[in-house]
Structure formats: C-alpha cells, structure tokens
Design a protein around this ligand. Structure first.
Ligand code: SF4
Length: 79
C-alpha cells in the first residue's frame, strides 16, 4: 500500500542538480539536463510516483527541501 506520492513539476526545473546529488537512488539528471524521478509517470502537468516506506519518504523529503524552486512535493496518500 503506497503511503506517499512524490510529485515533480519537471517543466519548472532549473537544472541545479541538487536533488540528484543528494538522493541519487531516486533522482537523476536526464539528457535534457532536467531532474527526473526514477520510475515516475507523467500525470497532467507533472510527474509522479508512489512510495511505500518511511525511509523513502524521508529521502524524498530531503530532495524536496533542497530544491530551490520548490517543485518537488511529498504528499501523504489519504486512506
Ligand atoms: S533540486 Fe529542483 S531545480 Fe534542482 S535539479 Fe532537482 S528538481 Fe530541478
């Protein structure tokens, strides 16, 4: 059961590389120089993926906290 959803407004990425440097197990820089959340799917105007564990939530919150343009969000899944 997913506990949180990671939301990424990729089109607003300024390519600073912070998320990929801090949490490389989730975030990489793609061939266009934009951050990409591994295993994410495009949904409307953003990308997203579900996560399951507290460790995954904490790691992605670190990525969100380091993003200078606040385009990474960690949202709790309502049961
Ligand atoms: S920290 Fe934010 S702006 Fe920087 S590469 Fe990651 S998503 Fe893009």
């Amino acid at each position: 059961m997913p506990t949180h959803t990671i939301i990424h407004f990729k089109q607003d990425c300024i390519s600073c590389g912070a998320c990929a440097a801090i949490t490389p197990e989730f975030w990489v820089m793609d061939e266009q120089g934009l951050a990409h959340l591994k295993e994410a799917q495009p949904v409307n105007n953003h990308w997203e993926r579900s996560i399951q564990t507290e460790e995954e939530r904490a790691r992605n919150q670190e990525a969100a906290d380091c993003c200078p343009v606040n385009i990474i969000q960690v949202r709790k899944v309502e049961k």
